[in-house]
Structures are given as C-alpha cells and as structure tokens.
Design a protein around this ligand. Structure first.
Ligand code: SDX
Length: 428
C-alpha cells in the first residue's frame, strides 16, 4: 500500500504521508495542506476527519466491534466493574488488586461535597433538568479547588480525576433528591460505586434501604457500556475545550452539555418518550416509521442509527439482555419493552433502514432499564454522563499529555457578502 496520498490542485500537487493505526485504519496527513496549497478540506460533522491519534478506544463500525485498550466490551461488561474499567481507560492497563484498591479508596474518600455547596441545589427550581444541574454543578465544584486544578500539574490532574469520579454521582443524586423534595442522602464509604449511587438516589433517612445486588450489577454494566466511545460529540467537545488548557472540570462540564442533546446522550430519554407515544397509538408503529422516512419531517426513530456503527451496536445487544433480566425482576413486564422489540423487528426488516444500515444503538434499550429502576425520564442522560465520565477524563488526559497538542481551531469556507462600505443609518 502507498505510504503517501497525492492531492492535485490546479498546477500543484500536495503529497500527504499516510498514517496507519494499530488496527490498520489509514489517514492522510493534511497538516500542511493549507500552507502548501492555500486550500483546506471540507467535511461537515467531521465524518471523514480524524482529529487525534488515540490509544484508548477502538470501534469497528462495520463489524460491530468495541474495545477499550484492546479489551472487548463484552468481556468488560461481563467480568469487570466500573471502577476497574475506569482505571483501564485512564491509566491504560487492567489494574492489579493493589492498584484498583488504591484507586477505589482514592475515589471513595472524595465522595462528599463541600457542605457549603448544599444551597447550590436549593437555588434551582424543582423542575430543573438534572443535566443542567450536573453541568453547572461540575463548574461549581471547581470553585472549591481553584488552586489545585492546573492541567500542567500531575498531582492536580490526579486529584481532579478522583474528585470528579467521586463527586459527580453525589451531585447527580442530590439533583434528583432536589427534584422530588426529599432530603439529600450522603454517600456511604462502605458501598461500592453503583451501590452507593443507588443508596444516594433511593434511600430516605427515615428507614433502612436495602441495595438490590442485581440492580447494582445492572447499573455497573450500564456504566461500563457507556464509559468511552472514541471521538463522539461530547468527547470531542471535552478535547476541544481542554485544548485551550482550561481545567478538567470546565472541559467535563462542556462535555455534559454536548451529551445532553437528543441526537447524542439525550436520545435514551427520547426513546422512552417515543415508545410511550407508540403505546398511546395502540402499538401502531406505522405512523412513526412513515415520519422517520419523510425527508420533510425532522422526526427520527430515536435509538436507531449511528455515525460509526453500520451494524448492531454491540452495547445495545448487551443492554437488551440486561433489560430483559431487570424488567422481569423489577416490573414483571413492561409493555414498552414489548413495543421496543416489535419496533426493532419491523425496522430491521424494512428496506429504508436496511439500505442506510440503521440498527439499534446504545440508547435504544438503556432507557427501559432506568424506567424499570423507577428513575424519572430526565435522569436517563445523567446516567449516561456518569458512565461516560472516565472516558472524558481519559481522553482529556491523553490530549493534555500529547506532545503534538495544539489549541483546536478548525478553518472554514466563507460564503458571506464580499467587502462593502458602511452605510449611515439615514441612508438605509
Ligand atoms: C449516541 O458518536 C457516538 O459514538 C455516539 C454514542 C456514544 O456512545 O457516544 O454512540 C451515543 O449518541 C448514540 C446515538 C443516539 N442518537 C439517536 O438515537 C438519535 C437518532 N439517530 C439519528 O439522529 C442519527 O442516526 C445519528 C445522529 C445517531 C447519526 O447521524 P448521522 O451519522 O449524521 O447520520 P445522518 O443523519 O446523516 O443519516 C444518514 C441517513 C439519512 O437518510 P438519507 O439522507 O441518506 O436519505 O440515515 C437516515 C437519515 O435520514 N437516518 C435516520 C435515522 N438515523 C439516520 N432515519 C430515521 N431514523 C433515524 N434514527
């Protein structure tokens, strides 16, 4: 295979070296294209543009493969736990027992919020979307650590990693308690990550709360399945924000906002709303599928399609099994789960979706598990954010340590008016 690519432009040619990744992916290095030719490339949504070289996550969208640092997502979901997978993403290797114990303890001892942060939650209206509180809460957290979040200080990066991993679940749970008018439940250091989150979410001070181990395991699996996904919208946002050398809290806060969008992590909430709409239509999916195909209708079948996967999202396959297990245990059955399975069957046999390689993605079934856990709809993207947090941290750390790092600043093609003179208002 050629080790360079040639772009011919009028009477000149640009020779770009080929870059090849460890899985055989190839890229044309165009980093001096504009300097040598005056031209830039144009790629809306960056569907054909590699922005970084990364060793964290590999996706083979055609074959539905997802690996973190070389380990298959199926193995991690089955054998790992969320703190261990977070360690793998952030430090690059599966930890020894001593390493994961130290990492877990370093997180556990930072789960409490500063007590003077409590009024922060009371300032929001009860109906405030928890993603807004999570994003604002991440920035609010940073104000307590302003002297210890320098991106160029390794000790600051380490303590900021622990603080975010430890405190975001507490912020999320406090946001939920605020919305239902219940007392805030403080973290317990004797509980593991998922169990502690369930405790903060569902315990009340007036009676004991028993953690359901199956629920804790299902939540652990969901967090692992959401942990990282190469250069998705929110991770790219974290990297772009981080490239200005702002602190990790500010970059993660931006990532939370990007994830909130209905085309990204907000889709899990939209899927359940769509399924409820189909239920109201007595299970008739025809109108929804007609609208999804209508170019003039912005409606999309939420939970289907993916920029990278042109096959079944491996995470969706795992989540579907978990949904079946959790729903039968908690709810006996859920008509929306039946509707989801029928919709999937219909879509996967419809030429429109087959031609466009539109399969269920990670968001299609995850919301049904959160629903079985009695979480309110607007908390679904929050669970996605808690899962994605170690991925954002790992990607930000990789970006911060990249010797080639530069501030992100894409070019554009200007299409506005050419030069013209100012017209005084009396002459307009
Ligand atoms: C996540 O990037 C990541 O890795 C994201 C994520 C992660 O872990 O970080 O995996 C998480 O965000 C999953 C995606 C959740 N979003 C949804 O489920 C929303 C519904 N999906 C679509 O909006 C869409 O599929 C996207 C946003 C996911 C992908 O959009 P693309 O890659 O820009 O694709 P596109 O809109 O250009 O669609 C290509 C074609 C179009 O038809 P044609 O113009 O070729 O005729 O497929 C159609 C689209 O109309 N299409 C859909 C569709 N998704 C794409 N038609 C109906 N329903 C859909 N869901």
């Amino acid at each position: 295979m050629s080790d360079h690519a040639r772009i011919e432009l009028d009477d000149q040619a640009y020779e770009g070296r080929m870059i090849e990744g460890s899985e055989g992916e190839r890229a044309v290095d165009i980093s001096s294209l504009r300097n040598e030719t005056g031209a830039v490339t144009y790629d809306p949504g960056y569907a054909n543009t590699g922005s970084v070289q990364s060793s964290i996550t590999y996706i083979d969208g055609d074959n539905g493969i997802l690996r973190h640092r070389g380990y298959a997502i199926e193995d991690l979901a089955k054998h790992s736990d969320f703190v261990e997978t977070s360690y793998l993403l952030i430090y690059g290797e599966l930890p020894t027992q001593a390493q994961v114990t130290n990492f877990r303890e370093s997180i556990t001892k930072h789960t409490l919020l500063r007590e003077d942060m409590r009024p922060f939650f009371d300032a929001f209206p009860p109906e405030a979307h928890p993603m807004a509180i999570l994003s604002a809460g991440t920035l609010a957290l940073s104000t307590f650590y302003q002297n210890h979040y320098d991106p160029s200080n390794p000790d600051d990066v380490e303590i900021s990693t622990y603080r975010l991993m430890a405190k975001l679940p507490t912020v999320a749970a406090f946001a939920y308690k605020r919305s239902i008018g219940q007392p805030y439940i403080y973290p317990r250091n004797d509980l593991k990550f998922a169990a502690n989150f369930l405790h903060m979410m569902f315990a009340v001070p007036s009676e004991p709360y028993e953690i359901d181990p199956d629920l804790a395991r299902a939540l652990t699996e969901l967090l692992i399945l959401h942990a990282d996904h190469e250069q998705n919208c929110s991770t790219s946002a974290v990297r772009l924000i981080g490239s200005s050398q702002v602190n990790l809290f500010a970059a993660v806060s931006g990532g939370i906002n990007a994830l909130w969008g209905p085309l990204h992590g907000g889709a899990n909430q939209q899927v359940v709303e769509m399924l409820a709409g189909i239920q109201e239509a007595e299970g008739d999916t025809k109108e929804f599928i007609r609208r999804a195909k209508d170019k003039d209708d912005p409606f999309r079948l939420m939970g289907f399609g993916h920029r990278v996967y042109k096959n079944y999202d491996p995470r969706a396959r795992i989540i579907k099994d978990t949904a079946d297990r959790v729903i039968s245990k908690l709810a006996g059955n859920d008509p929306l789960f039946e509707i989801a399975q029928e919709l999937e069957e219909t879509v996967l046999s419809d030429d429109y979706f087959i031609e466009r390689k539109l399969y269920p993605n990670v968001d299609f079934y995850s919301g049904l598990i959160y629903r079985a856990m009695n979480l309110p709809l607007n908390m679904y993207p929050v669970l996605f954010a808690l899962g994605r947090l170690p991925g954002w941290i790992a990607q930000w750390r990789e970006m911060s340590q990249d010797p080639d790092r530069r501030i992100g600043r894409p070019r554009q093609i200007y299409t506005g008016p050419t030069a013209r003179n100012y017209v005084p208002i009396e002459n307009r």
